[in-house]
Design a protein around this ligand. Structure first.
Ligand SMILES: [Zn+2]
Length: 157
């Protein structure tokens, strides 16, 4: 029998007395930027010099499996929200598939989700976590930047 989940997303972010959802700034995360841009450029080079239909079909298949089954179902609905129950090995498989998306590991995804969720529940939500910018700016912010709070809340895992 699996133990009951102890914390839900809204319980895992604990603000302190100095925490303000608006008191922060958007900063380039160098590691994240190099990771995302490097993979994007490598993908473009691969498409330009080694384009093949079977490789394109494999790309689509792997995107569907990792993004849909791994990220959406495994990481988000199962690991973060505990929306359903499944045998432990299926959970491990789905979460592992979610890590292949390359956004973060399980704890990093929980923290990122919970912080965005916490921001979006505040009376005022800054433009980075609320996706309030235009498409390209928001894509840049989400893929290559972080919203760095001056006094961030504590994350309980
Ligand atoms: Zn969620």
């Amino acid at each position: 029998m699996r133990p009951e989940p102890t914390l839900i997303a809204s319980d895992r972010v604990i603000p302190n007395a100095a925490t303000s959802a608006m008191d922060g700034q958007i900063k380039v995360d160098r590691f994240k930027a190099v990771w995302v841009i490097g993979h994007g450029l490598a993908g473009l080079v691969g498409v330009m010099f080694f384009a093949q239909w079977d490789a394109a079909l494999m790309f689509l298949l792997l995107c569907a499996v990792t993004i849909c089954a791994g990220h959406s179902v495994g990481m988000h609905r199962l690991l973060i929200h505990r929306s359903f129950d499944t045998p432990r090995m299926v959970e491990y498989l789905l979460v592992w598939l979610g890590t292949l998306v390359g956004m973060a590991g399980p704890l990093g995804m929980i923290r990122a989700h919970d912080m965005r969720d916490w921001h979006q529940r505040q009376a005022n939500c800054p433009p980075h976590p609320s996706h309030a910018a235009g498409f390209w700016r928001d894509a840049w912010w989400q893929m290559c930047c972080v919203f760095d709070l001056r006094s961030p809340p504590t994350n309980r895992d």
